[in-house]
Design a protein around this ligand. Structure first.
Ligand code: NAD
Ligand code: DAU
Length: 351
């Protein structure tokens, strides 16, 4: 029996990780700690919420007394830390929130793990989930490896870089058994429609303008979220303490090409004339400090732990579009209320 804490398990990637662990490890007790911010949604976990090895706890990782009490109660053997403020545009409008959750929240969890494991760190593991954005921006060539120097540009990536540094510092200074992974852009079901792919699917469905930042020439490296969850499972169990692993799909897309592909597939699926959805493309004011290109070299993960993406992008994007078209209730619930205010504020300033 192992007690595992997963933070941010009601979010996009976290819900896929919780589902995989609850289903694959009935001998583990999985505690999902989530504050349920605008991005956290218990509807993401409906299919596993009644499983005997699963417990949901609502709470804030910034509240250090609460975190200490939670660790005291459950005596976790492992932590998989995903809770974060995750949207770059929100970090530009409100950077401070990112410092609280991503930096202070992470340090609170590190302190609690250090406290509880100080006498017996063997077999324990603190796994921090991070992003390729900490490495900065690439030009036309090259890829991020685990040795690439950190060079974050947005308040989001600066806060994630800071949290990565704290995790390494707790390993080097206190011997905390940590591991870190840095992943590229994820896509798939249950992603909050503030991020490019679900936002554009929703707008195409509703025949709303598609706000492409700048000239649409930025490049992102897309990975199916379930393959990220599989990598997290592998690294949690088999990764070396103190190591970092890059995770990516070797799947680079220029934004405008990806957007045209989604438009084309949605025309087919919605029975619209070819080219209809592309007419919704609207070039808007660029994101401040917009990183040009991300590309992950995931060779270390492949060579050392044998991980590879299971799904080709063509198949993954089909599944993803179908999921958002089928799950109308989920999509309508998350795009009502506050989302409308967010959208107005975010996109009126760009026109
Ligand atoms: P998300 O925004 O969908 O989910 C974040 C979750 O954290 C939400 O459920 C939210 O309620 C919770 N949360 C936020 N603040 C909290 C707090 N103070 N206390 C407790 N819970 C809190 O994010 P995501 O896209 O699923 O990303 C998860 C992690 O993976 C993040 O650490 C992110 O930096 C990292 N990451 C994301 C991507 C990506 O493409 N989405 C890629 C690489 C790495
Ligand atoms: O690379 C990993 C990161 O990927 C994660 O760490 C972040 O949490 C995640 O949000 C994502 O960051 P990006 O900024 O790359 O993702 P986003 O979906 O916001 O944007 C993808 C690209 O699309 C980026 O170049 C900006 C552009 N874009 C985005 C939105 C929301 C648009 O052109 N228009 C939009 O409306």
């Amino acid at each position: 029996m192992k007690n595992i804490l997963i933070t941010g398990g009601a979010g996009f990637i976290g819900s896929h990780v919780v589902r995989l662990f609850v289903n694959n490890y009935p001998e583990y007790k999985i505690v999902n700690l989530d504050k349920l911010t605008y991005a956290g949604n218990l509807a993401n976990l409906k299919d596993i919420e009644n499983k005997a090895n699963y417990e949901f706890v609502k709470g804030d990782i910034v509240d250090c007394d609460f975190i200490l009490r939670l660790f005291g109660k459950h005596h976790f053997d492992g932590v998989i830390h995903l809770a974060a403020e995750s949207h770059v545009d929100r970090s530009i409008s409100n950077p401070t929130e990112f410092v609280f959750t991503n930096v202070i929240g992470t340090v609170n969890l590190l302190n609690a793990a250090k406290n509880i494991w100080k006498d017996k760190p063997e077999g324990k593991r603190f796994y921090h989930i991070s992003t390729d954005e900490v490495y900065g921006s690439l030009g036309n060539g090259g890829m991020f490896t685990e040795e690439t120097a950190y060079d974050p540009h947005s308040p989001y990536s600066a806060s994630k870089a800071s949290s990565d540094h704290f995790v390494r510092a707790y390993h080097d200074t206190f011997g905390l058994p940590t591991v870190i992974s840095n992943c590229s852009n994820n896509y798939g079901s249950y992603q909050f429609p503030e991020k490019l792919i679900p936002l554009f699917i929703n707008n195409i469905k509703n025949k709303k303008p598609l706000p492409v930042y700048g000239k649409g020439e930025n490049v992102r490296d897309w990975l199916w979220v379930v393959d990220h969850a599989r990598a997290i499972d592998l690294i949690f169990h088999k990764g070396e303490v103190g190591e970092t692993y890059n995770i990516g799909g070797f799947n680079e897309w220029i934004n405008i090409d990806l957007i045209r592909l989604i438009c084309c597939k949605m025309d087919e699926k919605l029975g619209r004339s070819k080219g209809d959805s592309e007419k919704l493309i609207t070039f808007v004011k660029d994101r401040a400090g917009h990183d040009l290109r991300y590309a992950i070299d995931a060779t270390k993960l492949k060579n050392e732990l044998g991980w590879e993406p299971s799904l080709q992008f063509e198949e993954g994007i089909e599944l993803t579009i179908d999921w958002y078209l089928e799950n109308t209730e989920w999509l309508e619930n998350v795009t009502s209320g506050d989302y409308k205010n967010y959208y107005k504020k975010q996109y009126n300033q760009r026109s």
